[in-house]
Design a binder for this molecule. Structure first.
Ligand SMILES: [Zn+2]
Length: 154
């Protein structure tokens, strides 16, 4: 059994990569509970696999997780919609980066390599069952924020 070098999950029958593709397909079906949590799912996965996410691109994911944990899924949907619009109308350098008050940005290296909840916990049998999915995503988001904060504050 091998461990994912980034999030520390034990690869049982599926790799993190395979699980990510499975959950993306569910997200793109736009059905609840997966569709509405798409931004949160992607943010958790990327912040737990930061080699895919250059430091300047971590802030939007970090904001999504804090908005989701602080204000819930509807506020998160508004945020992702806003950033989509900002991206499509961006003039070079004119869009000021949003900031999350009092939260250090996870741009520091090295990144955390172990999280108390990983994508394998959210996937369960590899199919991301709808039952309890939002609760597992919330636990995943908390674990992601906790591990990064411990690192950037230390
Ligand atoms: Zn992993």
């Amino acid at each position: 059994m091998t461990r994912c070098p980034e999030c520390g999950a034990l690869a049982h029958t599926h790799s993190c990569e395979e699980l990510f593709h499975t959950v993306l397909a569910l997200d793109h079906s736009r059905r609840p509970p997966w569709g509405p949590l798409h931004g949160v799912t992607v943010s958790c996965f990327l912040l737990q696999h930061p080699s895919r996410l250059p430091a300047p691109r971590r802030l939007p994911c970090w904001e999504i997780l804090h908005t989701y944990l602080g204000e819930g899924v509807f506020a998160t949907a508004r945020l992702t919609e806003r950033s989509r619009r900002a991206n499509s109308h961006r003039n070079a350098g004119s869009a000021p980066a949003d900031t999350v008050p009092d939260v250090p940005t996870p741009s520091a290296t090295p990144s955390p390599t172990s999280f108390s909840v990983t994508i394998t916990d959210v996937a369960q049998d590899g199919t991301f069952p709808a039952d309890g999915f939002p609760e597992r995503v919330t636990a995943w988001a908390k674990a992601t924020v906790t591990a990064w904060r411990a690192l950037v504050i230390a």
